[in-house]
Design a binder for this molecule. Structure first.
Ligand code: ADP
Ligand code: ASP
Ligand code: MG
Length: 406
């Protein structure tokens, strides 16, 4: 009798070399021995995805997104096959599949496709035969058989979506840190592990730059109430549970500090101050699939004003091209791109009911002689755009001043 199904996902660093793949195989097999059914989702080996992106860039700076997906999906195909072989070597039955083979059907937005449905019958059949099923993360297929990918970090999404579809008892995300910390432990050794965190807090942290979980995967987990256990593939320590409600008497004021260096600030100078202009700019960008974040427009005292917004660094090229064209059409001035920026944020559900959190954040930044270029707030977070050179110092100070450190 099976003890139930567990979905385990292993990130790139967990399968970066032969020894680590063998290590993962041992862990998977140990769960099988305990009587669990297993679906294992794997990312590409180490930095393979980044290397493939660099390779494409050398051939064509504006590659077709369809071909990008053909290229990037190969990374995960390598890892699933190698992991299956490693499990066979330990004397257990395993079978590997690509996203397309196990019916992960997506829309047609290449490089950031959304899952429409999963036809998981093939997985169920193989599980019934007692096999460990290994699925390539980060990928799917459109109804017209084109291969797609689910956005960076998308293996997390594959794992959560499969856990939901197959009604797993747990979704384990194995990575190179012991769980979710109050700040990236690579930046701040005084980071503290958080035993339990809510979907809302994790979603905010992930969206604001804590790369440990893909934000979209948390959206899906929240929607379907899939509990996630984030833990290290290098130890047996328990990690962080991401759940609906953390067992805390009162909400903590600040649960984490994040840093994102992957954004750029675009400024359109001298935009005519009249109705419809902002709509024109942002409609054009959205129609071209550019995801715009923080937008700042000042009230003008003359007849024109500057509009600034942030986009992902990977989209700067495309954004500039579109924005320059629109700027010309609406008789605006120069368009500038600044990649020398970073976003520092604080996240916490408790800030909803506590005044003075923003003031304290600005004070900490001021104390570090750090100028704030843009500010944005949500119910449970505050973000500031600052110059990159201040980034690490700023997040460490915020971490300390909000009392998060060990
Ligand atoms: P994987 O390859 O397993 O998907 P990622 O590199 O995507 O791993 O994510 C793990 C990394 O996320 C860690 O090495 C850590 O440096 C970083 N990280 C950023 N913020 C946090 C945080 N708040 N808690 C834990 N890890 C974090
Ligand atoms: N290999 C993909 C990436 O690097 C997906 C993942 O690791 O989750 O983004
Ligand atoms: Mg990841």
């Amino acid at each position: 009798m099976s003890k139930g199904l567990v979905v385990q996902k292993f990130g790139g660093s967990s399968v970066a070399n032969v020894e680590r793949i063998q290590n993962v195989a041992k862990r998977v097999v140990s769960y099988k021995k305990k009587g669990f059914d297993l679906v294992v989702v794997v990312s590409a080996l180490g930095d393979t995805t980044d290397e493939l992106i660099e390779l494409a860039d050398k051939i064509n700076r504006e590659p077709s997104e369809r071909e990008m997906d053909m290229l990037l999906s190969t990374g995960e195909q390598i890892s699933v096959a190698l992991l299956a072989m490693a499990i066979h070597k330990l004397g257990f039955e395993a079978i590997s599949f690509t996203g397309a083979q196990v019916g992960i059907i997506t829309d047609t937005s290449h490089t950031r496709a959304r899952i429409i449905k999963i036809n998981a019958d093939k997985i169920r059949e193989e599980l019934k035969k007692g096999k460990i099923v290994i699925v390539a993360g980060f990928q799917g297929v459109t109804l017209s058989q084109d291969i797609t990918t689910l956005g960076r970090g998308g293996s997390d999404l594959t794992a959560v979506a499969l856990a939901k579809e197959l009604v797993a008892i747990e979704c384990e995300i194995y990575t190179d840190v012991d769980g979710i910390y109050t700040i990236d432990p690579r930046i701040e050794p005084k980071a503290r592990k958080i035993p339990e965190i809510t979907y809302d807090e994790m979603l905010e942290m992930a969206s604001l730059g804590a790369q440990v979980m893909q934000a979209r995967s948390i959206e899906v987990a929240k929607k379907f109430d899939v509990p996630i256990h984030v833990r290290s593939s290098f130890s047996d320590n328990s990690g962080t549970m991401i759940i609906k409600e953390a067992k805390r008497m009162e909400d903590v004021l600040i649960s984490g500090v994040t840093l994102n260096k992957n954004e750029a600030k675009i400024t359109i100078c001298n935009v005519p101050d009249k109705p419809g202009v902002a709509a024109k700019i942002f409609k054009e960008l959205s129609e071209n699939g550019v995801n715009v974040d923080m937008i700042v427009q000042n009230v003008s005292h003359t007849r024109s004003t500057d509009i600034s917004f942030t986009v992902g660094k990977a989209e700067v090229h495309k954004t500039l091209k579109i924005t320059k064209r629109v700027a010309k059409n609406i008789s605006a001035g120069e368009v500038l791109a600044d990649e020398d920026i970073a976003r520092v944020s604080i996240v916490g559900v408790g800030m909803k009911s506590h005044p003075g959190v923003a003031a304290k954040m600005f004070e900490v930044l001021a104390h570090n002689k750090c100028n704030i270029e843009m500010i944005s707030t949500s119910d449970i977070s505050i973000s500031c755009i600052i110059k990159k050179k201040f980034a690490e110092m700023a997040v460490k100070s915020l971490h300390e001043k909000f009392g998060l450190g060990k």
